[in-house]
Design a protein around this ligand. Structure first.
Ligand code: AMP
Length: 222
């Protein structure tokens, strides 16, 4: 099981890179934010609980988040490996992941940090829109849709997630950057941390991720 962790602050471009990397490696993306949004949409008990934190720009408690992630990792399509996007976000989550992988005789192959300075993150996030159909991401400035308010890919309506609205962004950044620091340290200590410059073009960031993974011994599917 090949487990790659993508790290970066909200808005660093992980959400753009993860599916591209998934196609290159031939393993699925597991994004806890998407899992939570699906649970909210489905109106499950876990979704209702998680929503209170998400709408306030806070992290969902570790116990709930770890349970959700482990359930997802147990599904058959995760058998060859996964790209984790948005997990772990705390040191407790990172340790829980290590324990779960150790029980399967494996470990995180690489943790790739997409590094972007805080002021650039705020600029990026306050212009972010996603589609209702599938969450395809757009940005007012750097990647606008062909028709304003409409998804290029599936034609559904674009909206700003409650947690992407400017008022929520600051609170979210302050809390999450602090926790991200702990996760970065966790992987620096275990020796699997790789850092790529997130201020480059999408293609250049993708290339830098491939180079970092090759260095860590993670090869593309072919
Ligand atoms: P994201 O799409 O990754 O930005 O996640 C959206 C929201 O889901 C976050 O602001 C958190 O409230 C929650 N969330 C996603 N992943 C995690 C995690 N690993 N730990 C705690 N909360 C999370």
């Amino acid at each position: 099981m090949k487990v790659v962790v993508l790290l970066g602050a909200p808005g660093a471009g992980k959400g753009t890179q993860a599916p591209l990397l998934a196609a290159r490696l031939g393993i699925p993306v597991v994004a806890t934010g998407d899992l939570f949004r699906a649970a909210v949409r489905d109106g499950t008990a876990l979704g209702l609980e998680a929503r209170r934190y998400m709408d306030a720009g806070q992290l969902v408690p570790d116990e709930i988040t770890i349970r959700l992630l482990l359930e997802r990792l147990a599904r058959p399509d995760a058998g060859d490996g996964v790209i984790l996007d948005g997990f772990p976000r705390t040191a407790v989550q990172a340790a829980a992941l290590d324990t779960a992988l150790a029980a399967r005789d494996t470990s995180v192959a690489a943790a790739v940090l997409v590094d972007v300075p805080a002021d650039e993150l705020i600029r990026r996030m306050s212009g972010r829109w996603v589609c209702r159909g599938a969450g395809h991401p757009y940005h007012e400035v750097s990647s606008p849709p062909r028709t304003p308010g409409v998804c290029d890919i599936d034609g559904s309506e674009l909206y700003q997630r409650a947690d992407d609205q400017p008022a929520t962004i600051r609170a979210r950044m302050d809390q999450q950057l602090g926790a991200l620091g702990q996760v970065i340290e966790h992987y620096r200590t275990s020796g699997v941390l790789r850092t790529v410059d997130g201020l480059q073009s999408i293609e250049a960031v993708a290339g830098a991720i491939d180079a970092a993974l090759a260095e860590a011994g993670v090869a593309a599917a072919g």
